[in-house]
Design a binder for this molecule. Structure first.
Ligand SMILES: *Cc1c(COP(=O)(O)O)cnc(C)c1O
Length: 425
């Protein structure tokens, strides 16, 4: 059979030559590299010098926002710092430690693994999982002192049985559904639920809570109806001789807007990271954004007029611009839906992101014409670009970014992926 070269590939022609030669060379080269570069010196190259895109997390802002929230709490009311979804993308461990240091009493997470990560980091504060985990995870809860939310009798009894087998207690917070219809025992069924489980000696009801669907809305009818149902359920428990433990309902929006629904504890999420849960809280609380998104320019070029840029060539160069590239894309959480709709900041000036945002990179344009009093920029490879944050007078926020693509800052923040190193300040 005739062997043809495929695009210049002639590997088959070496068929009868010894094959081990190649792997021996590889091995020798590997050994040489290990001698030339010590592990310690390789490990000393920081994450932001391994990739020129990163998140800057200002932990002082986290501490400030916790203190600011506490200013709104009535005396004796506790504060839970909600660090689910890796601290809304800010890094759960660092944010949890900072929040606890600033006066938070407990932590809230969404999953068992999120709780385990906090325990593995040496955090000993109480941790509540804000939903009911699978029964199969019960041993982990008991072993690591992680408190579940509970709303099914099956879970409560399995949890209690396992605790009893180890001479332990089974602390839990009862989740009540007062109208959001996400999770929880329906408020009017709370006594029936207690009757199913309260014979079990291991169970300890450490808390009772609900979650609001409309605490951030201008309309208060539904909110008030949830509050009423919650208060009625708590009274019913007390009348039946059940201690509801720590009673809590408020999220960030409710914490600032409705001081009379703080009960025994408030759960601080988005506001701890410096985003306002709604327009109404802007005038009330002074929150500092904790996340900035930064990158360094990896490529600068002049693109001749009318040549296109990026997939689909949807943007065409007007000729008077330089096109710069930064190494972050939608796999890092910079939504592709922002393509051509977002401004970065370079040298204190807003510069337009242009062309389709790729998976790992995207481009922006720098206008090279002189006009007015504007300082003409001279972009260079290695210059720092602010994707979200402040530089001098220029500022962009997660909230604006969310609005641009029709979502909320919660989603934008937690979408910044693990591929982006977090740098703590
Ligand atoms: C996420 C969450 C919170 C925090 O809400 P924010 O609006 O971010 O303050 C509070 N409680 C529960 C049950 C949650 O799931």
């Amino acid at each position: 059979m005739q062997e043809e070269s495929l695009n210049g590939f002639t590997g088959f022609a070496r068929k009868n030559q010894p094959q081990f030669q190649y792997s021996r060379d590889q091995e020798a080269a590997q050994v040489a590299a290990e001698i030339a570069f010590e592990d310690a010196s390789l490990a000393a190259i920081p994450a932001w010098d391994r990739r020129w895109a990163w998140l800057e997390i200002n932990l002082e802002a986290i501490a400030h926002n916790v203190v600011e929230a506490k200013r709104f709490l009535r005396p004796g009311v506790k504060l839970m710092a909600v660090v689910k979804a890796d601290g809304y993308g800010h890094g759960a461990v660092a944010c949890a430690q900072k929040a606890l240091g600033a006066g938070a009493d407990q932590l809230g997470v969404a999953t068992v693994d999120e709780a385990l990560a906090l325990r593995e980091a040496g955090i000993t504060a109480p941790i509540l999982i804000l939903s009911e985990p699978p029964i199969t995870a019960v041993p982990l809860l008991l072993a690591k002192h992680i408190t579940p939310s509970v709303y099914t009798a099956e879970f409560a009894l399995a949890y209690a049985e396992e605790a009893d087998r180890h001479n332990m207690k089974a602390p839990f917070h009862l989740a009540l559904n007062t109208g959001m219809n996400r999770i929880g025992v329906r408020a009017e069924d709370v006594i029936a639920f207690e009757q199913q489980v309260n014979f079990h000696r291991a169970l300890v009801q450490e808390g009772t809570f609900t979650h609001f669907a409309t605490a951030d809305s201008t309309d208060t009818i539904d909110f008030n109806s949830q509050v009423r149902r919650f208060i009625n359920a708590i009274s019913a428990l007390r009348t039946a001789g059940v201690d509801p433990g720590v009673v809590h309902a408020a999220n960030s929006a409710a914490l600032f807007r409705y001081p009379d629904v703080q009960f025994d504890m408030a759960r601080l999420g988005i506001a701890m990271y410096g985003c306002h849960p709604c327009e109404q809280t802007r005038g009330l609380a002074d929150l500092w954004p904790a996340m900035e998104v930064k990158a360094r320019i990896t490529d600068v070029k002049t693109v001749p007029m009318s040549e296109g840029v990026s997939y689909g060539l949807r943007y065409r160069s007007p000729g008077s611009v330089k096109i710069c590239t930064v190494p972050l894309g939608y796999a890092d959480g910079l939504s592709r839906a922002l393509s051509g709709k977002w401004d970065f900041i370079l040298g204190g000036q807003l510069v337009r992101q242009v062309g389709t945002i790729c998976m790992d990179q995207c481009m922006f344009e720098v206008d090279m014409r002189s006009f007015g009093s504007r300082v003409r920029l001279d972009p260079q490879v290695g210059d720092v670009v602010t994707i979200v944050g402040r530089e001098g007078e220029a500022m962009t926020t997660l909230t604006e970014m969310a609005r641009t693509i029709g979502t909320i800052d919660y989603e934008v923040a937690c979408n910044f992926s693990r591929r982006m190193p977090r740098v703590y300040k």
